[in-house]
Design a protein around this ligand. Structure first.
Ligand SMILES: Cc1cc2nc3c(=O)[nH]c(=O)nc-3n(C[C@H](O)[C@H](O)[C@H](O)COP(=O)(O)O)c2cc1C
Length: 188
């Protein structure tokens, strides 16, 4: 039998989890939201840490997934296919919230998800990023010609395995970990 206080703590955690997903969804739709541009950290092909800023494109609380668009030729794609474990780090000064999302990334280069993403991207200025004839990170060759008819858009479908949420507050910092075993308050 669980004490009533356990249940109220559980509902506080449920509410916090819902607020986190709400902010992630807001970040997708609001250009100025600070969580719109998290840092994606992974492990490179030499086993060394690597990190870069990306744009959060989709947040689905039911499926527990986040989406990022990238160029299928970028080094991070090779890295994530080889080792799909990654972390997305978000910081919002307005919320005073840091969120570290432990994710497992599936790289999709064709199919429904990519078609929907392309449909969206092709209506924006970002379209040029995914049509460039040379791969990201390759040395710039001034004579490179355009004219590639297809695109190189890939969707990084990141399944959230765990959240580590930290709130900085004058009256006391708070930290909560959410993972497959539930939610747990941590010493900040
Ligand atoms: C504000 C900002 C947003 C970015 N968004 C993306 C993005 O959504 N997808 C992406 O592939 N690269 C994005 N980049 C570029 C990456 O940070 C990185 O330089 C590039 O993807 C190459 O990374 P890689 O060599 O690790 O593959 C962004 C950079 C900045 C500064």
């Amino acid at each position: 039998m669980r004490a009533p206080s356990d249940r109220s703590i559980d509902s506080e955690f449920d509410s916090l989890r819902a607020q986190i997903w709400h902010q992630l969804q807001q970040a997708v739709s609001e250009r100025g939201h600070e969580w719109r541009t998290p840092v994606l950290a992974d492990v490179d092909v030499d086993g060394l840490p690597q990190a870069r800023t990306v744009v959060l494109r989709q947040a689905d609380p039911i499926a527990s997934t986040l989406q990022i668009y990238t160029d299928s030729r970028s080094p991070k794609v090779v890295e994530l296919v080889g080792r799909p474990d990654a972390v997305l780090v978000f910081w919002s000064r307005r919320l005073s919230w840091q969120l570290r999302a432990r994710v497992t990334v599936q790289v999709q280069t064709n199919g429904q998800l990519v078609e929907a993403a392309w449909e969206q991207v092709s209506r924006t200025a970002s379209v040029a990023d995914y049509l460039a004839p040379a791969a990201p990170g390759s040395v710039v060759v001034p004579t490179a010609q355009g004219g590639h008819a297809s695109h190189y858009l890939a969707v990084l479908l990141a399944r959230v395995e765990a959240f580590d949420w930290l709130e900085l507050a004058r009256e006391g910092h708070r930290r909560v970990r959410f993972d497959e075993s539930g939610a747990c308050a941590l010493v900040p």
